[in-house]
Design a protein around this ligand. Structure first.
Ligand code: IMP
Length: 418
């Protein structure tokens, strides 16, 4: 599996962290190519839950190299907290974390602006994670951003940071003195954090090309999901980066031909956090079942996730745009106990992305539920007949095989058909 990408096929929170953790048993390197601390990959190790926001999931396995690619927006303050959290579990991170010198920094001003814009937008708010992602990418595109390599030049860093602070004071009319003072304090913390993360800065372009040349096993870790992609997702209710496989090349500096396999991660149902259209959302006892049994709360913001049935119309789009070779289906056990399970096969009134999702009319196929739980099953053939039917139906609808099924939170609750 030399170079394998693992990407979300829905609106994020598909359980990519667990699948990457499972696959990284054989990996040498795990690299991220977009997003920042808006991501939240929850992994259960023993009885300790770890949430990784920026550091690739591979960090939890000794010896794996973790690369934060140039396409990311990196928050140095949060990164240090994360490194501390990881080390508190006894994992040694020395010499294993590399930040691309061309990635961009998320500053306290970006986080302030994210929260400010959301508050101003009122009912039209995106429901962002308030981690400064949109403003940091805005600065990147405006060519005024602070790159990670700028951290090494303290006068340039201070000049660019001051320009951001001045812009807030000049252009935002209703900013209070208190807010400006608190921002100034956070900026001091930002400078201290920058000093400490200096040692992780690296030429990740040449590093990853060396690893590829050496035939190392590399996992490319996606964050968020296909439907949150800035170009192809449910705009404007999306994140500010490209989350699809096409962006791996830009976000790490590798050509398409070097990616050997692309795995799509889907939940056995759909969820989304924040605002935006969701055709198969179930605001009823089914949605409640999924929310409660799936413990559907945002890993970064702790918001309750909206829940609904698996949407094969949107999933087919995700398969096509990413070129998924196969699928890892997660949270299958959450469907335990339902007397019937629905799958949206298509919409009555159009195809994504042409259809207006606000008025899309899902057409459902109803399948019978199963008795008992799939949590302790490790072989595909031991699954209840109805569960196998569900898997086969999704494979049929997406014309793509499902080769991994996650049946619970624990590391070993996995059925592999690879
Ligand atoms: P932002 O990325 O913080 O700007 O948020 C934009 C939208 O993407 C909001 O709806 C967020 O809830 C959503 N979002 C961002 N990151 C994630 C994630 O890792 N999982 C799920 N949703 C996310």
């Amino acid at each position: 599996m030399p170079v394998t990408a693992v990407l979300g096929g829905q609106w994020g929170d598909e359980g990519k962290g667990k699948i990457i953790d499972y696959l990284s048993g054989e990996a040498d390197v795990v690299a991220r190519f977009q997003g920042g601390s808006n991501a939240g990959h929850t992994i259960l190790v023993g009885n300790k839950e770890i949430i990784l926001h920026q550091i690739p999931t591979g960090i939890l396995r000794e010896g794996i190299i973790c690369i934060l690619g140039n396409g990311m927006v990196i928050d140095p303050i949060n990164l240090l907290r994360e490194i501390n959290d990881v080390e508190s579990t006894g994992v040694n991170t020395d010499g294993r974390i590399f930040l691309s010198l061309n990635a961009h920094a998320v500053t306290p001003v970006h986080k302030f602006l994210d929260a400010y814009n959301e508050k101003k937008a009122g009912e039209k708010a995106i429901g962002t994670t308030r981690r400064g992602i949109g403003p940091a990418y805005t600065d990147k595109i405006r060519r005024t951003g602070i790159r990670i390599r700028d951290i090494e030049n303290s006068s340039l860093l201070r000049e660019k940071m001051q320009a951001q602070l001045d812009a807030v004071a000049t252009f935002i009319e209703d900013v209070t003195d208190e807010e400006i003072n608190s921002l100034k304090n956070e900026v001091k913390e930002f400078y201290r954090a920058c000093e400490k993360v200096k040692k992780y800065i690296a030429d990740t372009f040449n590093l990853i090309h060396e690893y590829i040349g050496e035939g190392k096993n590399i996992i490319l870790e996606g964050a968020q999901g296909t439907l949150l992609d800035i170009d192809h997702g449910t705009y404007p209710y999306v994140t500010s980066s490209n989350t699809i496989s096409g962006n791996i090349c830009c976000g790490l500096g590798i050509p398409p031909g070097k990616i050997d396999k692309i795995i799509g991660v889907f939940k056995a149902y759909n969820t989304r956090v924040g605002a935006g259209p969701f055709p198969t959302e179930q605001r009823n006892r089914y949605g409640e079942h999924l929310q409660q049994r799936g413990y559907e709360f945002g890993a970064t913001t702790r918001r309750k996730r909206r829940c609904g049935w698996f949407d094969a119309e949107l999933a087919r789009f995700a398969v096509k745009i990413n070129g998924f070779d196969y699928i890892a289906l997660t949270k299958f056990d959450v469907l335990d106990g339902l007397e019937e399970i629905k799958i949206c096969t298509h919409y009555k009134n159009g195809r994504y992305p042409d259809v207006d999702l606000d008025v899309a009319e899902p057409v459902y196929e109803t399948l019978p539920g199963w008795k008992g739980s799939v949590r302790d099953i490790r072989n595909f053939s031991d699954l209840p007949e109805e569960a196998i039917k569900f898997i086969r139906k999704i494979e049929d609808l997406l014309s793509t095989p499902i080769k991994i099924i996650s049946t619970g939170k624990e590391r070993n609750q996995i059925i592999s058909m690879e």
